[in-house]
Design a protein around this ligand. Structure first.
Ligand SMILES: Nc1ncnc2c1ncn2[C@@H]1O[C@H](COP(=O)(O)OP(=O)(O)OP(=O)(O)O)[C@@H](O)[C@H]1O
Ligand SMILES: [Mg+2]
Length: 450
């Protein structure tokens, strides 16, 4: 066998000589073998060890093979179990297959067949495990991307995150707009035991009170005009997962009272419904507002504030961690360069200097957007100061015709300048450029400007 690590298998049979024969044979084929005298022992052992394959006799005195199969499958549905059965009881083999057995072999065993079936089943188990590992890798990459930054503030945040994530604690994330609050919420979920259950984000500011209530708690058929059928809310859809309540400060007093009740009782009621439904969700809330001030002003319930603020995580503004700007730039440029099919490998020291002295009202999101624009505009291997907007750089009002640029580059710059001036209103930008909207669209598309 090519594998460096021997696959571990379990042989369950109440006939001792049978167990020994299979044990010896399988060992010569390169397996590490455990044995069990009956179904009960097999089920216990399968809880403590992670077997690639289980080979199990059907007829055993203490707990038969089918019962054991059900038991093992109920705590680990992915283990391939091969059933061994006498010729006379093929019907029970069929039943075993229906119950999720991987395959069956008839007794007396044909050893060649046993060898092939074992190989197939352990390959199957290995592929399945590899696939799972890959999926979890993709999940972490896609969901979390990465928290960039080694400033003291970010190191503290990461330390809190790794402590808080695996707990069940409700978390209140605060911080200015664009600092990464949603990113932190997703990371808490991904690093919690709930990671393979849903993470559902709701923006409490974006919908009105009635819609928000039905969105969160669901509704009965006919609860209001438009409620044509019964619907489960997000609290039910996110069962055993995490709900992210963004812009929590914008919740109306009525909704605040409802949410408080849900947190206290851990149950919800559909709009227009009678029945209370138990829920199991972790709540993470976020706001860029000063909630303590809101509590003092009586626009946010104090009791709800304490229920949400079990753990507070404050995401620092970009102004407070300018030392992270170079690494954030490297990270975003690499991603954005690939996304926009460019070959930009870095950023010039002058540009970094200009970025560090800027105020960043829109924080990391503003930096990301600015770099995307710069990456699109860049013609060399580095983003330079002249690709940064006027608010940041003094250099970029220099006459672009002073530089040796291709006509295409000049056109691209003219388009970006017009779009910036028009606040990205395309009709207005087209008017300024003296072309029609359709032509502008075509040009944007050909330059890959979004
Ligand atoms: N430290 C960081 N490392 C990598 N990416 C970051 C970091 N901080 C923020 N980002 C990115 O910045 C962008 C904005 O983050 P996010 O949407 O989480 O901010 P927010 O605080 O929820 O903003 P808002 O208050 O406007 O909703 C996202 O693309 C996020 O991935
Ligand atoms: Mg957000």
């Amino acid at each position: 066998m090519a594998d460096a690590v021997k696959p571990l298998i379990l042989v369950a049979d109440d006939d001792e000589s049978h167990r020994l024969t299979i044990n010896k044979l399988a060992a010569t084929w390169g397996y590490e073998v455990h044995t069990a005298k009956n179904g009960e022992e097999a089920s216990e052992k399968s809880r403590k060890n992670s077997y690639s394959v289980i080979l199990m006799d059907i007829r055993m005195a203490v707990m038969d093979g089918i019962t054991a199969l059900h038991k093992i499958k109920s705590h680990d549905p992915s283990i391939p179990i091969i059933i061994m059965t006498a010729y006379s009881s093929v019907a029970s083999a069929v039943e075993a297959l229906k119950s999720g057995a991987y395959d069956y072999l008839t007794k007396p065993l044909d050893f060649d067949e046993l060898k092939i079936t074992l190989e197939r089943a352990s390959d199957h188990a290995r592929l399945k495990a590899e696939n799972l590992a890959l999926k979890s890798q993709i999940r972490t990459q896609a969901g979390s991307r990465q928290i960039i930054g080694n400033s003291v503030a970010m190191r503290n945040l990461k330390a809190t995150l790794s402590m808080v994530a695996p707990s069940e604690a409700t978390v209140l994330i605060t911080g200015e707009s664009g600092t990464g609050k949603e990113m932190v919420a997703r990371l808490i979920h991904l690093n919690s035991l709930r990671h393979d259950r849903p993470f559902i984000a709701v923006n409490c500011a974006s919908i009105n009170e009635n819609l928000l209530e039905s969105e969160l708690f669901g509704h009965e058929k006919g609860a209001f005009t438009g409620a044509i059928s019964k619907r489960n809310g997000i609290f039910m859809q996110a069962d055993k997962g995490t709900i992210f309540l963004d812009e929590i400060a914008e919740m109306t007093p009525h909704m605040q009272a409802k949410l408080l009740r849900v947190i206290q009782e851990r149950e919800v009621q559909r709009v227009g419904g009678e029945e209370y439904i138990k829920i199991d969700v972790r709540i993470i809330a976020a706001t860029h507002q000063d909630l303590v001030k809101r509590v003092k002003e009586n626009t946010f319930r104090e009791d709800l504030f304490y229920r949400l603020n079990v753990v507070n995580m404050r995401v620092p503004s970009l102004r407070e961690k300018t030392e992270d700007i170079p690494s954030l730039c490297q990270y975003f440029i690499a991603r954005l360069s690939e996304k926009n099919r460019k070959n930009i490998i870095g950023i010039s020291p002058d540009a970094i200097k200009a970025l560090i002295s800027y105020d960043w009202p829109g924080n990391v999101r503003e930096l990301e957007n600015m770099l995307e624009r710069a990456v699109i505009l860049s013609i060399g291997e580095y983003v330079t100061e002249s690709e940064l907007p006027p608010s940041i750089s003094k250099k970029n009002d220099e006459n672009i015709l002073d530089k040796c640029l291709s006509l295409e580059d000049i056109e691209k710059k003219a388009i970006m300048v017009a779009l910036d001036a028009a606040g990205w209103n395309k009709s207005e930008a087209a008017r300024q450029l003296g072309i029609n909207r359709k032509t502008l669209h075509k040009k944007l598309k050909s330059y890959g400007i979004d």
